[in-house]
Design a protein around this ligand. Structure first.
Ligand code: ADE
Length: 235
């Protein structure tokens, strides 16, 4: 049954949904990486597609920017469409000195300044972690494909334009690899509803060093991340 934000038919989604932030990225993935992909939802132009990868059913859908947006889509996919595995495929800004542009980061856990997981957990700290099976599979795939991969803690920020510049240095000291805006929220929804989740990120910029990828480099590292993510989705 359709939900307030997804108008797909019952059974339209695969058990595993890959989720970029941008719905046009979802379309790009469907058109360039999946076979026989069909659009299954288009509410607010937040496109979702289902097709196959190496013969196995896989879906891809945008989740928008920030924890409030992605939490809505991930919640409805799991609760109303029976989705079992969510793999976010996004970009991040590195903070740790030894993280390089083009690295792929697998978010083992996600810290955050968002209150959503405290709201879920009687105001206690919830360790927002990825599913170990998906994590292990993604890291194995990255190594097999010779992709430069880092595994660790990320920080899911509510504010892209943060006034707290010092916090990035503290993150670096605490071993946080990079900043995104969704992983901690997605891990919280998955834990609440009993699904598996993983976030895989390309490093599009280095926040402390002020570096950024060119658009060609962005595309190349996105494609590398996609092959790792799709192999993870079907294994
Ligand atoms: N995604 C890509 N770069 C980012 C940044 N600098 N902060 C938060 N999310 C990001």
């Amino acid at each position: 049954m359709a939900t307030p934000h997804i108008n797909a038919a019952d059974g339209a989604f695969a058990e595993t949904v890959l989720m970029p932030g941008d719905p046009l990225r979802a379309q790009y993935i469907a058109e360039n990486f999946l076979e026989n992909a069909e659009r299954v939802t288009d509410v607010r132009n937040m496109f979702g597609y289902t097709g196959t990868y190496k013969g196995k059913k896989v879906s891809v859908m945008g989740h928008g920017m920030g924890i409030p947006s992605c939490s809505i889509y991930v919640h409805e996919l799991i609760k109303d469409y029976g989705v079992k595995n969510i793999i976010r495929v996004g970009s991040c800004g590195a903070v740790k000195d030894d993280v390089k542009l083009m690295d792929v980061i697998v978010a083992q856990g996600a810290s955050t300044d968002s209150k959503v997981n405290r709201t879920r957990f009687a105001n206690h700290d919830f360790a927002a972690i990825s599913d170990f099976h998906l994590l292990e599979t993604a890291v194995g795939e990255a190594r097999k494909q010779n992709v430069s991969v880092r595994v660790g803690n990320v920080f899911s920020a509510d504010l892209f334009y943060s006034p707290e510049a010092d916090l990035f240095n503290t993150m670096d000291k605490l071993g946080i690899l990079a900043v995104d805006m969704e992983a901690a929220g997605i891990y919280g929804v998955a834990a609440e509803l009993g699904a598996r989740a993983l976030t895989i990120l390309t490093v599009s910029d280095h926040i402390i060093r002020g570096e950024a990828l060119s658009s060609d480099e962005r595309q190349k590292s996105f494609n590398e991340m996609m092959t790792v993510s799709l192999e993870t989705a079907i294994n």
